[in-house]
Design a protein around this ligand. Structure first.
Ligand SMILES: NC(=O)c1ccc[n+]([C@@H]2O[C@H](COP(=O)([O-])OP(=O)(O)OC[C@H]3O[C@@H](n4cnc5c(N)ncnc54)[C@H](O)[C@@H]3O)[C@@H](O)[C@H]2O)c1
Length: 314
């Protein structure tokens, strides 16, 4: 049994990771400031003696015993990370320094949740880990993209300079139960609009592509990365099954049985046109690949959203 700290453990991906790791018999300490995370996401574990929650902002140092740290804290959706861009940079830079410093002191393994956004609007397709990216350093997404790039730089340098045993995972678009309704992400937007019978808003012509990974596939990949010996990444974790935004909208209308229609709106600045991971490194090194079919994953997500809407969640 390991003592595992999960920063951002009250959020979407972090809470699924919490469930998985508790399920494997570990002790889990969630460290979260509840900016985009919710107590609802871990309330089921409150009576579990192997679970602990600490309300804490990672931009401040924390001293805590740990064998492993999964550093997930950072708002992931543009509406949230752009609402306070300076704070987003601080979370990625100071938060990552603080958690790496902790790992250095207590000798814990460290894994940072980086993102496909480090590739920016990629000029290479699909994106391999060796691609350096095409990022606008002063654009509206830069607080997140550049913040994560520095988080990677810090992680690699704490490894090389201080001997911290680190991992970097580059997460591509992930979806599943517990995503926030109003976070502007395409899967949650479309499902909420379809369930409410509202128009489905597609930005641009809808021909831009994304690849969507179901959250249980992703958490399996993250845990496999942490457990792999002598492996530091960066490694892409995502589903290479690329689809256009129009295809996604039509599939969600079909699966919800909705009468919603598709409405086209202007494309936001710096919205990447194509996004697809090359996961050959994860397949080779971790023996990992996604297994959940998109229809099944979307149905699980739709059921969760239906339940939350009927519980009165806005
Ligand atoms: N969801 C995706 O598709 C995706 C894609 C790429 C990368 N990621 C990365 O994975 C991680 C988790 O993403 P998510 O989708 O679960 O996002 P989320 O917004 O649901 O969760 C982030 C969590 O971090 C917490 N947090 C934010 N700032 C904090 C701070 N300063 N101190 C302490 N806690 C803080 C939030 O309260 C929340 O619980 C993030 O680092 C994100 O950048 C996610």
């Amino acid at each position: 049994m390991a003592r595992i700290v999960i920063t951002g453990g009250a959020g979407f991906i972090g809470s699924h990771l919490t469930d998985e790791l508790l399920g494997k018999g570990h002790e889990v300490v969630v460290v979260d400031n509840l900016h985009t995370g919710r107590k609802k996401n871990f309330v089921a574990h409150l009576g579990n003696p192997r679970f602990e929650f600490i309300r804490h902002d990672v931009i401040e140092p924390i001293l805590i015993e740990a064998d492993e740290v999964y550093h997930m804290a950072c708002p992931a959706s543009p509406v949230h990370y752009q609402s306070n861009p300076v704070k987003t940079v601080k979370t990625n830079v100071m938060g990552t320094i603080n958690m790496l410093g902790l790992c250095k002191r207590v000798g814990a393994k460290f894994l940072v949740a980086s993102t496909s956004e480090v590739y920016g609007d990629p000029l290479e397709h699909p994106q391999k880990e060796s691609y350096w990216g095409n990022v606008n350093p002063i654009g509206p997404r830069s607080c997140y993209d550049e913040g994560k790039r520095v988080a990677e730089t810090l992680t690699e340098n704490y490894r090389l300079q201080n001997g911290v045993n680190t991992r970097i995972v580059r997460i591509f678009n992930t979806y599943g139960p517990r995503m926030l309704f109003n976070d502007g992400r395409v899967v949650s937007n479309f499902i909420v609009q379809a369930l409410r019978g509202e128009d489905i808003t597609v930005y641009g012509e809808g021909s831009q592509t994304r690849s969507f990974c179901f959250v249980s596939d992703l958490t399996a990949g993250i845990i496999a990365t942490m457990n792999k010996v002598d492996f530091h990444g960066p490694v892409n974790l995502g589903n290479p099954n690329e689809m256009t935004i129009n295809e996604l909208a039509k599939l969600i209308i079909e699966l919800t049985g909705s009468c919603s229609r598709i409405r086209f709106e202007r494309l936001p600045k710096d919205d990447p046109t194509r996004r697809k991971p090359d996961i050959s490194l994860a397949q080779r090194e971790l023996g990992w690949k996604p297994t959940v079919d998109v229809k099944k994953g979307l149905m699980d997500t739709i059921k969760d959203f239906e339940r939350r809407i009927s519980d009165g969640e806005k």
